[in-house]
Design a protein around this ligand. Structure first.
Ligand code: ZN
Length: 232
């Protein structure tokens, strides 16, 4: 399925100093749709499988953007943790969904270890939830389990975004605080907490500066209206 969408490049690990392979995805992907929590679906390929780089020598893992931005103290902490562990992770240019899920769990483990900002952990949880969402499309017992996992991880994500909102300075990357507020509301909606969802979406709709971001404003308004219709 994935043939032709990926290629390998060599990188150097900031922890063990060894060279290892990572998979890059080609940019000719065709977008099919985007979910209301920003998960993008592409034709015949899921690039989220490759967001996490894993060093095959020592087992250090992170998303590409943060892979090599570690401070000395963080490097020491990770190196100390890995010191007596013989972690060897086989490199595969083409990952299965299971490989990708494991890679995200590893990245989250290290993000916790070095006390990464909540916004970063929130983003990792969100993408992990999207992988479970894809797995949940299967009509089987495993699919049902994946749906439950998706819910669990979405809650982790929204809790981390909520903490980020009060402790971090936005925008973070391309995410404004309006977008984060919307996303928290949307994740509450997806996890069945209507009251909280309405509260956060109303905040987006009620704030004047949200109008500066019409795409987010419209998403929030549409969801809010749908929820009101459902509750009547
Ligand atoms: Zn390494």
């Amino acid at each position: 399925m994935a043939v032709g969408f990926t290629y390998s490049v060599e990188r150097e690990c900031p922890i063990c100093g060894e060279k290892f392979q990572v998979t890059k995805t080609r940019s000719r992907l065709i977008k099919i749709k985007q979910d209301s929590d920003f998960c993008v679906h592409y034709k015949e390929f899921n690039p989220y499988y490759y967001d996490i780089w894993v060093c095959s020598h020592c087992g250090y893992a992170s998303d590409e953007k943060h892979f090599d931005t570690l401070r000395e103290k963080e490097k020491e902490k990770i190196a100390q943790f890995l010191k007596d562990r013989k972690v060897k992770i086989e490199y595969k240019e083409v990952r299965t969904r299971g490989d990708a899920i494991n890679a995200f769990k590893l990245a989250l483990y290290y993000a916790d270890l070095i006390e990464s900002p909540e916004s970063r952990k929130a983003g990792l949880y969100l993408k992990l939830a999207w992988l479970y969402r894809e797995a949940g499309e299967e009509d089987s017992e495993a699919g049902e389990e994946a749906k439950a996992k998706e819910q669990e991880v979405l809650i982790r994500s929204l809790e981390a975004y909520d903490k980020a909102l009060t402790t971090e300075r936005f925008p973070i990357g391309s995410m404004t605080d309006t977008a984060a507020t919307y996303l928290i509301g949307e994740l509450y909606r997806r996890t069945g907490n209507t009251e909280k969802a309405v509260q956060y979406l109303s905040r987006v709709i009620g704030e004047k500066r949200s109008k500066m971001e019409p795409a987010i404003y419209n998403l929030a308004r549409d969801l809010w209206q749908d929820m009101r219709k459902e509750s009547v």
